[in-house]
Design a protein around this ligand. Structure first.
Ligand code: TXA
Ligand code: MG
Length: 333
């Protein structure tokens, strides 16, 4: 049975983590499904609850920078600069793994992903439990990451010991994953902390993330699975508001299926069955994206047209998620 608690009442959930149970908790990015990272049996429960392939490694969440040395082999001076600049916050760093971390967490890689979330509830829970918390996003494998409490319950009731109600997540998409284990740093998954942000702190990063379809064994193993997909079929319509409107209105005038539109910059689509506005900038697009995809499903929408524009900064991360949701069905207009 799953017990629901509010974010002011963390004692029982913390004890559960300490004793090898599973707890879903809010972070500033998306909800995480946590278990004691150094307890192999507890970690196993995460994979079972999510229905997640076991070659996909987990992020270890900490609530004190000084704990880093207990889980990684070494921290280079430039990695330390990044920790000081962005922790706590939505940046996951990949280090050479320390001996205490079970290979079950890292899916047999010799590196480990570490993140210090800024969400207060997450920090309190980790501190109270006294363990490091391995946690993937708290969705069933393949569906969009949950960013609101209700969506966590939709996927995970009955599958974990505790769910903490932390309301809505601030960022809306997952953390940036940056590999700092080699000489040159590489973004493996774009996120809220951008290439430009990182580049200001270190010149060990040379290039931004580039979305390449169909890479067989990417270095970030989780990126190869179908991800972030609602039940509805998704098409990305890429171009200026004017061109997107013209194209999508054309589709809507002749639609056979229940059609939803994820609109950008308040573009109007009068003939759609359901419209969600993604806002005026990419930060807001990130904030609403996963919630919107699930909302379309709740309205039994068959096909979603997502209006999108190429933008730098956090736009790179939003593009990565939305292209994947669409299975790379992209219409350039
Ligand atoms: O914002 C987030 O990062 C959220 C919250 C809960 O913290 N967590 C999250 O976890 O998104 P997950 O498991 O859904 O995604 C973790 C990503 C996966 O793509 C995985 O392949 C990658 O990080 N990853 C984990 N360990 C890695 C490693 N040692 N080397 C390369 N990639 C790794
Ligand atoms: Mg995930």
């Amino acid at each position: 049975m799953t017990k629901i608690v509010n974010n002011g009442d963390l004692d029982e959930a913390a004890k559960c983590l300490k004793n090898g149970g599973t707890v879903i908790f809010p972070t500033e990015t998306v909800y995480g499904l946590g278990a004691d990272a150094l307890n192999e049996k507890a970690v196993e429960k995460i994979y079972t609850a999510k229905g997640r392939p076991s070659d996909n490694p987990l992020i270890v969440h900490i609530a004190d920078k000084n704990d880093i040395d207990k889980i990684v082999r070494e921290v280079s001076p430039d990695a330390r600069k990044l920790m000081d600049a962005f922790w706590p916050g939505p940046l996951t760093l990949i280090f050479k793994k320390g001996g205490a971390v079970p290979t079950r967490v890292t899916a047999n890689l010799d590196t480990v992903a570490v993140r210090f979330p800024s969400n207060e509830t997450a920090q309190k829970l980790i501190k109270k439990s006294g363990v490091f918390v391995a946690a993937p996003s708290a969705n069933l494998s393949g569906s969009p990451s949950p960013t609101v409490f209700e969506h966590v319950c939709d996927d995970m009731m009955g599958r974990v010991d505790f769910i903490i109600d932390g309301g809505e997540c601030d960022v809306g998409i997952e953390s940036t994953v940056l590999d700092v284990s080699g000489d040159e740093f590489k973004i493996l998954r774009p996120g809220y902390v951008t290439f430009e942000d990182i580049r200001k702190i270190t010149d060990k990063i040379k290039t931004d993330y580039v979305d390449i379809k169909g890479v067989k064994t990417p270095k970030c193993p989780g990126m190869k699975y179908t991800h972030y997909s609602p039940k509805a079929e998704v098409f990305v319509v890429l171009g200026s508001s004017e061109n997107c409107k013209k194209y999508i209105d054309g589709i809507l005038s002749d639609k056979q299926k229940k059609t939803g539109v994820l609109s950008y910059k308040n573009t109007e689509y009068k003939n759609a069955d359901y419209v969600i506005n993604a806002g005026d900038d990419m930060k807001h697009y990130a904030y609403v994206l996963y919630e919107a995809l699930r909302e379309f499903d709740k309205h039994n929408i068959d096909v979603i047209y997502a209006q999108f524009e190429d933008e730098s900064g956090i736009g790179v991360a939003v593009k990565n998620r939305i292209f994947k949701s669409a299975g790379y069905k992209i219409i350039n207009v």
